[in-house]
Structures are given as structure tokens and as C-alpha cells.
Design a protein around this ligand. Structure first.
Ligand code: SAM
Ligand code: SF4
Length: 339
């Protein structure tokens, strides 16, 4: 379906939980309350919304959270979504802690690709950022995905993690931290896209030491001789990709603020409590929880859900306003929205 600005909306991001087994400082630091389990949509309810969305042209779905793999049997949801007529691809975004245990069942269920969020391969800074010591599990999960040949992207927020350290080291090497360089290194011998995401001023992202992309991208270009924009490789979504000579994988930048990509926005979001969101920046959208829990006959429920999806798409704004703090109406933490 086209929205009021002529954009084709074919992508639905589904958050299946607001809970997480990490406490990333920019997303869900310690002390955040989560909703009770019985307020979450069931998989059947999620599939009903996805089915209505598919009727209106949604072809790609991403399961996210909170951490989607902490929700029991998430592979069953993957299978249910894959079975919906019109849904062509189902992806998942995860922090990777539980990946190695769930990979087989995700693959059996038909997962089409995995995005792994990882901001550093340095054990100490990983622990400081996430509150967890389980970097090894994440790296093992990453290698398992590659071994199984499942398309993998690594997502890192562009931030200065040295600011989290007590001694507050100065970032050397032309302004590129060891964290950034070691993440890029992952693309040297592996067929992965390592993507850097410009921090958005949503939830705790507002107060985190992000590095704006008008500063970050030039630093990377300066550091890597011969780096070239990848015009040939597959592009879907907001990332701009680059190729570094001799690297198997590529690197990408998702620059919500300094490379605003709202013109090409193709998505809506469903939160774990059943709110269809029209844009990450605003609280606009439609709640579907009453429709889902109201005991309507199947046909009526389907019609009401289709109407809710249409209304949500119609509410999509021309663009976000992340640079104007007073215009951001989204008040939830990113863990409650799904990123
Ligand atoms: N727990 C999963 C994970 O970490 O991949 C899925 C949910 S998490 C909210 C999805 C993505 O949002 C992660 O890659 C995370 O780094 C990113 N994220 C969280 N807060 C953000 C912010 N303020 N700006 C940009 N990205 C953010
Ligand atoms: Fe959890 Fe993902 Fe948020 Fe980190 S970014 S706290 S892993 S939901």
C-alpha cells in the first residue's frame, strides 16, 4: 500500500517482548520496568495483525524486541509468519546471547536472515555497556550463523564507548576507537555487512555519547584507503554501503539524522502490547489490542485489523524530527518499541 506521500509500505517490524537479557546503556539501562506477560500479544494475535498487513502489501517482517529470543518458542512465530500468504521474508534482530541455542530451530522454521547487534568485541567494554559477561556466546552465535550460511548483518551504534570507562581514555587513531576498528575487522574475512547506526534521541539514546555521522563517516573514509561506495551490492533499507579493498564483507551506515532517509521509508511497527506505530519519532498510531482481544468473529476482526493497518499507514508523517527535541512525541524506551 502507498502512504499519503507515495511511499510503498511493505515492511512490518514486530516487537515480541519489551524484556531483555542485556542492559545496553542507550536502550534499557538497569531499573526499567517491563509489562506483565499477559499484556503481550500472543503469537496468534501477532499473526492476525501480520495477516491483515500482508493483505495490504506487507511482504517483509522483522521480529525484534526487547530481546526476541527471550520469548519462548519464537521459532513457532517465525513459522506462523512464513505461512502467511504474501509474507515473503521473515528476519530477526537479536543481541545474540541465546543465538547458538536457537539457531537450528530458527533455520528449521525458515528464518531468512539475522541481524546481530554488537557494539564492541572488547570484553570489558561489552560488560560495561551491556551489564553482561556473555560476549563469547555472542561471538559463537555469530560464527554459527555464518557456518550455516544464513545472511548476517552486524549492527553497532556509533558511539564513543571509552566515555563509559572510568579513566575516560582519549580515542586515538584519527578518532576511530578500537571498538569501531575491531567491528570493521569482522568484515575482513567474513561475508558480513557491519553497519553503524547513528544514535537516535529516543529513550536513553538521548543521553548516550553517540558520534554523529557527519563526524563518524569522514573519519572512517580517512582511515581506510581505497574505501568505495558499494553501488553494485544489494541495497534494501536505509543503509549506505561501502567496500574496503581486500575485505570479504562490507560496511554500512544508517544515518537517521545526518542522512535522513524518510523519503524512502517503507515501514510500520507493531509493539509487543499491540500498538501499530507509524513512525519511530512520534507516538502516533493505532492500538489493535482491543480488536484482538474483543472476541469478534473472524471476518469482522480481519476487517478491523485491515482498517487499523490502513489508518496507521495513513498517519505516516513526511519525516521524523529527531533534531527538534520538542517535536519528538515518542516517550518509550527503544526496548519497548523494537528499534
Ligand atoms: N535486543 C535486540 C538487539 O539488541 O538486537 C533487538 C532490539 S534492539 C532495541 C534493536 C536495535 O536497536 C539494536 O541494534 C540497538 O542497538 C538499536 N538501538 C537501541 N536504541 C537505539 C537508539 N537510541 N538509536 C539507534 N539505535 C538504537
Ligand atoms: Fe536489549 Fe537490544 Fe536494548 Fe541492548 S539494544 S538492551 S540487547 S533490547
Amino acid at each position: 500500500m502507498l502512504d499519503s506521500y507515495g511511499r510503498k509500505i511493505d515492511y512490518l517490524r514486530i516487537s515480541v517482548t519489551d524484556r531483555c537479557n542485556l542492559r545496553c546503556g542507550y536502550c534499557m539501562p538497569k531499573g526499567i520496568e517491563t509489562v506483565s506477560m499477559d499484556e503481550l500479544l500472543t503469537f496468534e494475535e501477532i499473526a492476525d495483525v501480520a495477516g491483515a498487513a500482508a493483505k495490504l502489501g506487507i511482504t517483509k517482517v522483522r521480529i525484534t524486541g526487547g530481546e526476541p529470543l527471550v520469548r519462548r518458542d519464537v521459532d513457532r512465530l517465525v513459522r506462523m509468519l512464513k505461512d502467511i500468504s504474501g509474507i515473503e521474508k521473515v528476519f530477526i534482530t537479536t543481541n545474540g546471547i541465546l543465538l547458538k541455542d536457537h539457531l537450528d530451530s530458527l533455520i528449521t522454521a525458515g528464518i531468512d536472515g539475522i541481524n546481530l547487534s554488537l557494539d564492541t568485541t572488547n570484553r570489558e567494554r561489552y560488560r560495561m555497556l551491556t551489564g553482561s559477561d556473555r560476549l563469547d556466546d555472542v561471538l559463537l552465535g555469530m560464527e554459527s550463523v555464518l557456518l550455516r550460511g544464513i545472511p548476517l548483518k552486524i549492527n553497532a551504534v556509533s558511539a564513543d564507548l571509552s566515555k563509559l570507562e572510568e579513566k575516560n581514555r582519549k580515542v586515538e587513531d584519527g578518532g576511530l576507537s578500537e571498538d569501531v576498528l575491531s567491528l570493521i575487522e569482522l568484515a575482513k574475512d567474513r561475508p558480513v555487512s557491519v553497519r553503524f547506526i547513528e544514535l537516535m534521541p529516543i529513550g536513553f539514546g538521548k543521553d548516550f555519547p553517540g558520534i554523529p555521522h557527519d563526524v563518524f563517516i569522514p573519519r572512517i573514509k580517512e582511515h581506510f584507503a581505497g574505501i568505495k561506495k558499494d553501488e553494485a551490492g544489494p541495497v534494501n533499507g536505509p543503509a549506505v554501503y561501502y567496500h574496503i579493498p581486500g575485505y570479504k564483507g562490507r560496511i554500512g551506515f544508517i544515518s537517521a539524522i545526518h542522512g535522513k532517509f524518510c523519503d524512502g521509508c517503507n515501514r510500520i511497527r507493531l509493539t509487543s502490547m499491540g500498538f501499530l506505530k507509524s513512525c519511530l519519532c512520534y507516538n502516533t498510531g493505532v492500538s489493535v489490542s482491543k480488536i484482538l482481544k474483543g472476541g469478534l468473529p473472524e471476518k469482522e476482526k480481519e476487517e478491523a485489523l485491515c482498517l487499523a493497518v490502513k489508518k496507521t499507514i495513513a498517519m505516516k508523517p513526511a519525516s521524523h524530527s529527531f533534531t527538534e527535541q520538542d517535536q519528538i512525541t515518542e516517550r518509550h524506551a527503544m526496548s519497548a518499541i523494537g528499534g
